[in-house]
Design a protein around this ligand. Sequence first.
Ligand code: NAD
Length: 423
Amino acid sequence: MALKTISLEQEINPWEAQAARFDFAAHKLNLDEGLMKVLRYPTREIILHIPVMMDNGHLEVFTGFRVQHSIARGPAKGGLRYSPDVTLDEVRALASWMTWKCAVVNIPFGGAKGGVICDPHKMSQGELERMTRRYTAELVEFIGPEKDVPAPDMNTNEQTMAWMMDTYSMHMRQTVTAVVTGKPINIGGSRGRREATGRGIMIVCDEAVKKLRLNPESTRVIVQGFGNVGSNAARLMTEAGYKVIGIVEVDGGLVNRNGIDVDALWEFRQRNGTIHGFPGASAEDPAELLVSECEILIPAATENQITSRNADRIKCKILAEGANGPTTATADDILADKRVFVIPDILCNAGGVTTSYFEWVQDRQGYFWKESVVNEQLEHIMKGAFDDVVRFSETHGVNNRIAAYMLAIDRVAYTIRQRGIYA
Ligand code: NAD
């Protein structure tokens, strides 16, 4: 069975992108039709209309979502994003990807995701706090350490998680740190969580580099998105000896063939709010930089960056997906023809949720680990998951992405069969 031919509109719909890979992998596994129906759709989709008092004294109403795709293997787990472009279909896709991701790294969580349609860059801290608190209060019956555990995602951060934890705790009349992960360290966060997604990317890139017999010192890296994921991946990989030659952001691209000083760029961005004008590199068209010559390309910004429109011009040897859903299903076929070694999102960026799992464990234990312990455990899990996916790919003669889906669907389906379906 080949992936279906679809229109561009369908191609860039994240739900369609998820469903195309799910259907393909489920058929390859010969998953029975009933289970396929169960796993194809989310268990629960919540739509909220959130009133927020704005600083100018007017009431505004924001639309938000929380989608729980599966709780078969444990509490639902997944981030919360704030963006003007959030849609229910996107949140559905992201929730399903969380189920598959947690299963790929074999941690005891299901999948969920949340989003609020808003432009956080145009809102004050007070407005963001009130919106976050009301969103959390509306979800108080549906989230919790044993039910659904949110975390940061695009445009949300440690502060957002602190507000969520506090609001939930006020309703419970006790401090419940394990209700969210990605918190500040002094209120139950984990050491190493901030860098975890970037560190996980570096670990799987190291494995791919070994597999392709490349040498890290002569390995050129281009990173798209200089936020939490992209900046940490770029910094850690520079420290490990890789040469980060390009950074692609919304407001421009930067290139320096001798390597960009990532720490200096981070400070420049903090000071100026943009990467534009950074003296340590030359400006380059962002779309061109994405298809420039390099060994590793790390899209770590948002969905639909590699599509049928540019996939044939991609020149990297390894595509390490830091973002969720950066590559469309149609682009997958083109990359496969070009023999690009793809480290799919549900494996590549799983370092974040893995360390979130450690945070949840530490909160429930009331005992906090040293950073070296966190990083060591992360490395163990990421390396094991990389090996599992590559082995599955070689055994079943499928690409890495389909292998990761097959591995994940198989694990979730096995659990459901063991538990039985309450139908
Ligand atoms: P973030 O908000 O910290 O950073 C995103 C960065 O990407 C920003 O600097 C933004 O300006 C840039 N960006 C946005 N659109 C862009 C575009 N079209 N071109 C170039 N740059 C663009 O978000 P983040 O937490 O780093 O998340 C990035 C991606 O990684 C998302 O897809 C997210 O779902 C995924 N992810 C995040 C985590 C995590 O731990 N934060 C874990 C797993 C996956």
